[in-house]
Ligand binder design. Structure first.
Ligand SMILES: C[S@@+](CC[C@H](N)C(=O)[O-])C[C@H]1O[C@@H](n2cnc3c(N)ncnc32)[C@H](O)[C@@H]1O
Length: 221
């Protein structure tokens, strides 16, 4: 039997038409700039999935960890023109994202927060903020540390979409993981296990792009 998340990931024809029309000259230039300057942004399949999810869900409000230069944020707001709060701690990325949101005419819908994601997330939680849709695309080694706060920030029934959870396939590697990547891989494994073991999460792990974990919260209290 197909479940909620299986249905949700099925690509909607109209979503894909809108996704294609969003990829105008300006978006292509943003993408080309990101690739040339080694700024990691969404892979194409992941971009389509993310767009499709936001299009089908039409969340009231969205949160993103890892703005980079505003590529995924612009896609999210084109799929669902509601409001997006997005966090970035690298100044030149933050400045470029601001410029891109301005020229796309969507600045009014964006709340850009500059700072370390852990601190900003804690601030948002202390203000009792809730989001229907969270896109986690910040530092991969920190996902496990963010998870309890993100859970708190999700509205009931809200969806957390976490990117790069397979980290170039390294989470499946047996034996020795390259030293420099070990902490990230170990922490990503802990993150995946924590989501899977949490009875309040309905989840689906996708081998799409660099690995995407979908987790929908159904609170038990
Ligand atoms: C994978 S990129 C985000 C890509 C973007 N979501 C997109 O697809 O267009 C990750 C971003 O997270 C930012 N970042 C890394 N560590 C961070 C931290 N501790 N707090 C906030 N942002 C952070 C990086 O500067 C980078 O711009």
């Amino acid at each position: 039997m197909e479940n909620y998340l299986d249905n949700l990931i099925e690509l909607d024809e109209n979503a894909i038409k809108k996704y294609n029309s969003t990829l105008d000259q300006e978006m292509k230039e943003i993408l080309a700039y990101a690739r040339e300057n080694h700024i990691p942004v969404l892979l194409e399949d992941t971009a389509k999935l993310l767009f499709n999810l936001a299009y089908k869900l039409q969340p009231k409000n969205m949160l993103e960890i890892g703005t980079a230069i505003g590529y995924s944020g612009t896609l999210l707001l084109s799929a669902s023109k509601t409001s997006l709060t997005t966090i970035e701690n690298f100044e030149s990325n933050y400045d470029l994202a601001k410029k891109h949101f301005d020229s796309a005419g969507i600045s009014e819908n964006v709340n850009m927060l500059f700072g370390d994601a852990f601190d900003v997330l804690n601030d948002l939680a202390s203000q009792n903020k809730k989001y229907d849709f969270i896109f986690l695309d910040g530092p991969k080694g920190q996902y496990i540390k963010y998870l309890p706060i993100l859970k708190n920030l999700l509205s009931d029934g809200g969806l957390l979409v976490s990117d790069n959870v397979h980290f170039k396939g390294m989470v499946f590697m047996e034996g020795t993981i390259p030293h420099k990547k070990r902490t990230i891989v170990v922490n990503l494994r802990k993150f995946l296990d924590a989501v899977k073991e949490d009875p309040e999460f309905e989840w689906k792990e996708l081998k799409l792009g660099d690995g995407v974990m979908l987790s929908k919260i159904n609170r038990k209290d």
